[in-house]
Design a protein around this ligand. Sequence first.
Ligand code: TEU
Ligand code: CA
Length: 558
Amino acid sequence: MKAWWKDCVVYQIYPRSFYDSNGDGIGDLRGIIEKLDYLQDLGVDVLWLNPVYRSPNDDNGYDISDYYRIMDEFGTMDDWEELLEEVHARGMKLIMDLVVNHTSDEHTWFIESRKSKDNPYRDYYIWRPGKDGKEPNNWRSIFSGSAWQYDETTGEYYLHLFSKKQPDLNWENEKVRKEVYNMMTWWLDKGIDGFRMDVINMISKVPGLPDAPNRAGERYVDGGQYYINGPRIHEFLQEMNEKVLSKYDIMTVGEMPGVSVEDGKLYTNPERKELHMIFNFDHMDVDSGPGGKWDLKPLHLPKLKKIMAKWQTGLHGVGWNSLYFNNHDQPRSVSRFGNDQKYRVTSAKMLATSLHFLQGTPYIFQGEEIGMTNVRFDSIDDYRDVETWNLYKEKIAEGVPEEKIMEAIYVKGRDNARTPMQWDSTENAGFTTGTPWIKVNPNYKEINVEAALADQNSIYYYYKKLIQLRKTNPLIVHGDFTLIDGENRRVFAYLRTYQNEKLLVVTNWSNDQLEFRLPDFINFHPGQILIANYDDANLNLEKTITLRPWEAIVYKGK
Ligand code: TEU
Ligand code: CA
């Protein structure tokens, strides 16, 4: 089958915050249907829906209680069927979110499993007796606290790498794998075009679930080395591919925290028949200190560039990259890596340029195309994310000053990405006629789709052009990659070459005007400027280029 997904641009929809069609303050499927023309005009090829299955929404749909039903708040299965039909009618594709490392604790499998030790569903999950009156091991949950929850009924603990309402499935159990493959087949037979697979590299755990080394004497410790890229992960993915994926002309992308380039080669090499591409997190951890994401560290651009280069050269000709700076778990990139005040429009365009000319499939997260920014709610009570709330409670209990906790939430909290899509300047940004489930970012009066569509210089039209250029320049999809001046602290520049064509991409990641000197080895003769975020960018390329704040220029030549 043709690797059509290599030429595509994917648009990620977080349904809860996209568009509310019935005034209950929660985005829904009918709301997405009403906005499909907007997405088709933008030019995206594939829509990725975050989970829309039945869920108590402890983790906004990543805690699934029924894989075969649509979440009540989002609508009905008929609405979903109509959405799929309307997406296909516009020549776009639809991929669903596959969350099978864990279910909700309200899933019937878990309700049965916790009833008794000899229940037929007991081994669908990972139960262990306590050790010395404590949890079975010292692993920390990614959402704070222990990764184990004690259950009175049978006097044992169950494993939950995420919230305690998200018990991990036991993939060692063949029955679990069969249930998952049957469910995937059921959705694929409805005509979807693939899956994004949630933390799929966590499904294989090291037997024995050993304690993690605890040199610092912490109460709970990151146990990632015992469940990330575990011993049977490739076996499971190859089995999933053989039994399900290989039967359909689809795309697959695996979300893989903690994956290395070497692992990435194994997961995405088509000869291994596992997945088409993966989301790695190296570039998303670049501003985290040793204490993890909440341990804030300023961006050091050479480090980010080295990471991007490593993945570009590592997978070139071997596997395939996904390209993203934004998603529903990450703060907005224009606030995180750009300048969301004086240079919001210019820096948003620059960031998009530096990403979209790399080799791989680009992912646009809703609102990124109009330069939506992070938010700063005054009170923790305005936040909704379980990860944020668990962190807040844990740090308050440790005596950390509230303003320090709130600063970390402002910089890295996931609700930064989850404030409602800003459609226009009417109340609640036209997202809902009701009370939104989470407050709208107050800057919606200036930053909204209606304003963007009315302004030819908006970020929206810049994204539209980026997407269009990918269609008309095979060099972007197939070319190789050479990093230029990797140690430069303010400029990210690189060369793409394919057959007898070259692209030179030069982006200034700073508030400064500066002189950028092209190394002598760069033998490049510009023919045209493909795209630039200042409308008077100059074509005559000397050995040094003057770059204005956040300037991006893409030259095409030989
Ligand atoms: O995220 C995986 C994951 O590790 C995230 O928790 C991410 O690393 C972290 O949130 C960064 O702050 C997936 C989903 O994308 C996320 O929304 C879910 O909460 C999580 O899995 C559990 O399903
Ligand atoms: Ca609604």
